[in-house]
Design a protein around this ligand. Sequence first.
Ligand code: HMG
Ligand code: MG
Length: 299
Amino acid sequence: MAFPQQVRLVEVGPRDGLQNEPDPIATETKLELIERLSAAGIRHIEAASFVSPKWVPQMADHHDVITGLKRRDGVTYSALTPNLKGLEAALACGVEEVAVFGAASESFSQKNINCSVNESLERFAPVLERARQANVRVRGYVSCVLGCPYEGEIAPAKVAEVAKALYDMGCYEVSLGDTIGTGTPLAAKRMIDAVAREIPIDKLAAHFHDTYGQALANLYAVLEQGVAVIDSSVAGLGGCPYAKGASGNAASEDVVYMLNGLGIDTGIDLNALAATGNWITHTISRPNRSKTSVALAAR
Ligand code: HMG
Ligand code: MG
């Protein structure tokens, strides 16, 4: 299988990147981050999360983030919605796309959304139904596709089963999350092989965290299989509050640098993206985990 000619980047920095930050981040900072990302040419930004503020306090300003967006034509601004309550709140703010998030691990599902995998799928069905009525697209996530912080190894067949359930329910795309970044390229390929037997590969996205420095290598491996949607986070920010030790996603700047080198079109201005990574890490006083951002700033 050849590399895809084009890759769509889903920028998850404002959500996955910031959800785990210990100190409050001003809504204005989040809005400026989103604005800078869209100005750099990113066309899909996961902007907020309509989850319980008790579970994830950092996302409690979801309403103000979504209603405060300076929307640009051609940019999708999406949000996580774990249940109908979250979806109704998202619809009330005018969100045009949402995502439900399940897991291939029972223990992680319990820790993250307080229910079993089957219960989560039962909970998502009415979310998809209501979203369809409202003409809102739904993306699906499967977490722990290459390992679980509580259960260790996860069988590719289990990932495929949950991904298929989300796809059959009506998710237009399923994003496969290596939540704790323990995956390596061969394991990533085997997992994609298993899922792609159930779902067309052009409906899959790779969402790889970089805890062990493997995210780019894993992305390269699955690009070779034909995966053409990549979730990444500016400056490599982030982690999941319910997956101890998990660090940020593959850094968007590093992903774009690699894709440029492969001659794969993203439509993103790398210098503007790198400047955004340097700006946000400076603003929230965090290390910049993107080697590309740091290298470009040092030029
Ligand atoms: P629960 O406690 O089982 O929910 O939490 P409940 O239905 O029993 O309700 C309990 C309380 O929460 C009630 O309030 C509800 O109104 C409220 P109270 O009566 O006690 O005052 N509630 C809500 N409030 C706001 N928004 C809502 C909502 N739903 C209920 N949507 C729940 C279940 C799913 C809500 C909770 O477990 C939760 O919010 N979990 C979110 C965890 C999370 O956001 N994790 C990070 C995102 S996932 C991720 O990072 C992985 C990913 O990046 C992919 C990867 O890397 O693998 C996507
Ligand atoms: Mg994630």
